[in-house]
Ligand binder design. Sequence first.
Ligand SMILES: [Zn+2]
Length: 457
Amino acid sequence: MLTPYTAGRPLMVAHALVPALVLALVPAFAWAQTGPPPGDIDPQLARLLATMPAIDNHAHPVLPPPNLATDRGFDALPVDNMEPQTDPAAWRPDSLALADAWKALWRFTEAPPLSPEAVKRLGAIRDKVRAQHGERYDQWVLDQAHIATMLANRVAMGAGMEPPRFRWVPYIDALVFPLDNTGLAAATPDRAQFFALEDKLRAQYLQAVQLQAVPPTLDGYLTKVVTATLERQHGQGAVAEKFEIAYLRGFDFSDPSREDAARVYARLVNRPRPDPADYKLLQDFLFRFIVAECGRLHMPVHIHSMSGGGGYFSIAGANPLLLEPLFNHPRLRQTQFVMLHGGWPFVHETGALLQKPNAWLDLSQQSLVIPPRTLAGWLREWLEVFPDKVLFATDGYPFTESLGWEEAAFLASRNIRQALGLALTGMLRDHEITRDQAAAIARGVLHDNAARLYGIP
Ligand SMILES: [Zn+2]
């Protein structure tokens, strides 16, 4: 049973602590546990990478106590109620890397997989640490992973998750689907859950702009709902907008005229079961309208671009090459697009798209699911061609009892530093870059590229 979203508001309280100072007190990552042998990474680079403060482009932190137990705002489409899929090895309870995170974060030294009793012991130690830190717990987690700033992809923020350590990235998919979604929901059991959640979130967005139902005309909908919601979220501190539209449909967005979209909207609004082709035309128009508005408001657009979630996810429909017409449209050139999760398995296609001045990619999810040496292969390719468009990101998410958002953020952060170390060491040893250039690329991926994109320190 899914619990309703918490209707929290982001708190805009500036924090007095300078992240870099806090991070300096935390010991460096231990490199000699799971992962590549230390000799494979240039020692000077390894030292530099181990504690360099990062901007995490994408994660789903959970609120600290006292709201921790009831928080469901960490995802618009929580993935814990989907039909069974084959989980990646890194999410499974016997993943060796888990032990590294447990030991570093909680001084918990049992080996995976844990028995039900051991899971309880792990939970008890975690709860103790959470209670010790209280509302400052989430900041403490960031310190352990050497993350200075985390972009929190959440429905709403809340106490203990304030700037400058946390920045808000809300969800906007719900506004692409303003008609009756019963037909779309019938496609798969997972989509039945997703569309029910999107309908609920859209109702919440309507309420926030003092509306009970969507307006009868497209003009009314665009002004009073879409633009009003984007401006409200921007005003409340949102630094980007997130689409997980690949869970709901493919990336094949056509470019319909406003007149055609207005006709479809007026004819189908508040009617049951809209014609699928007409509805798609309206969605295509709305998606383009939203990303253009994000460009006007200087909010980059985050797009889930990787295989998964769920066993019914259309991998072919989420090929990032399908996004090229958007990146190329002159009207959308002011919009910055971030392909979250680096487009796996289409890693070469995603890399080529970085040529567009408005296209970026981040390392979230890959950094958790793909081991560092494998990731280092295509990371090197990306860095050799477009080094200033790649962003550090973890996708820290409350996956399971043994892999919470804390372990996920910690492991992904360590894995990225290892993968970067391997890729940059290879480039150094092949005389492709100087030591200074290697350091600059490392700083770019971990921090400076995102700082430039969002205009944050
Ligand atoms: Zn995510």
